[in-house]
Design a protein around this ligand. Structure first.
Ligand code: GAR
Length: 375
């Protein structure tokens, strides 16, 4: 017996029969399609989500010839029947049918699934026009599912080819952040929202504030972030050295990769710099190097400037002087007072800080400063 005879994917007729059987029972067939070459956790989670959209999941699998057309002569790595067998063994998958075109248009026409699942950044409007037309003809409901960040067959292949390059693993782990703040916590909230919306692939593993009853700590706790008050000592701006040593040990315990200062109004010293050099980021409400210090918004207004902004920068022992990672400009309008101007600056902060952290690993690799234009 030839080894390829061990497993037989569904024929188009069998797939259509599955659809008819479900339809007769008032049930829904979900259909998705792809190459599924080297299966990874992203595929598994995507297929589980797709399966939950109906009562059975049918996968249209690109044949080897069509994968070569789509991805080049070195792909697929695995033979189409092997790929079909591995896919079929997944709990979420009820059947696999191999198709030979680049697009699944013909298969959709033949099977007429009830639901079509597609992964990634698509919208129903940006689907392949042929596939979209076939779905419309069949009256199929279209569902776009988000992909799991950092997982792809291409990354697996890169890792195999360059095993010393650990960035493929790094990209698959959320960035472990600690956020420190003293005030309202609106930047913390923006980070939490960016993580929830998947714009930022990170986890806030700890939040610390020097202000015991701050909104910052409340927001952290409401979001389920482990949040602690740090006793900074008696001075209004300084931060006791002993408390800084204590902070470092808590940060290490939480395996923090990057410290984010989001309105933290105390001065960090060598215990923290020594342990986290190059891994501390601050958001500051001016276009640095202008208006360093604690009264940046007031200073820009008092100077009569026509614009100010915000800066995300690395924190070094010299206050507000580390490498600039990104800036956004904000116009100063007639009639602005400190509160109205600060509110508009913060709108930009809430966009800029998550954006910089989302590209943190690339920044580390490339050593490139990102400077964002106005708005
Ligand atoms: C932010 O606007 C930040 O730029 C500023 O504190 C505010 C905190 O707001 N930081 C500094 O002035 C640092 N020198 P938030 O608590 O609502 O995030």
């Amino acid at each position: 017996m030839d080894f390829l005879d061990c497993f037989a994917p569904l024929t188009v007729e069998e797939a259509r029969a599955l659809r008819e059987k479900l339809h007769g029972q008032g049930k829904k067939l979900v259909f998705t399609n792809g190459c599924f070459d080297l299966l990874h956790a992203g595929h598994v989670r995507y297929l589980q989500q797709a399966r939950e959209l109906g009562d059975a999941l049918l996968v249209g699998l690109n044949s080897d010839a069509s994968v070569r057309e789509l991805k080049g002569p070195t792909r697929p790595v695995n033979h189409e029947v092997d790929r079909a067998e591995v896919l079929s063994a997944l709990r979420a998958v009820d059947g696999v049918v191999i198709f030979h075109d680049k697009r699944a248009t013909g298969l959709i026409d033949a099977i007429q699934p009830h639901v079509y699942a597609k992964g990634g950044d698509y919208t129903p409007e940006s689907l392949d026009p042929g596939e979209r037309a076939a779905l419309d003809r069949a009256g199929t409901e279209i569902q776009i599912l988000s992909l799991v960040p950092g997982r792809s067959t291409t990354r697996i292949l890169q890792r195999v080819q360059a095993p010393q390059d650990t960035s493929a693993f790094e990209e698959q782990r959320p960035l472990r952040l600690a956020v420190l703040g003293s005030g309202k916590g609106s930047n913390l909230r923006a980070l939490i929202q960016a993580i929830e919306s998947k714009a930022l692939f990170a986890q806030i593993v700890a939040a610390f504030s020097d202000v015991e009853n701050s909104a910052f700590l409340r927001i952290a706790r409401e979001a389920g972030v482990p949040a602690q008050h740090l006793n900074p000592g008696d001075h209004p701006r300084r931060f006791d050295l002993e408390a800084q040593h204590e902070l470092v040990s808590r940060l290490r315990e939480a395996e923090v990769e990057v410290i984010v200062l989001a309105g933290f109004m105390r001065i960090l010293k060598s215990p923290v710099f020594d342990a986290f050099e190059g891994r501390i980021v601050n958001i500051h409400p001016s276009l640095l190097p202008d208006y360093k210090g604690a009264t940046a918004v007031r200073d820009a207004l008092a100077a009569g400037d026509s614009e100010t902004g915000c800066t995300v920068h690395l924190v070094t022992p010299e206050i507000d002087s580390g490498r600039i990672l990104a800036q956004a400009r904000v116009p100063i309008l007639p009639g602005d007072d400190e509160a109205s101007l600060h509110a508009r600056i913060q709108e930009q902060e809430h966009r800029l800080l998550p954006q910089v952290l989302a590209s943190w690993r690339q920044l580390q690799l490339n050593e490139i400063a990102v400077v964002s234009p106005c708005g």
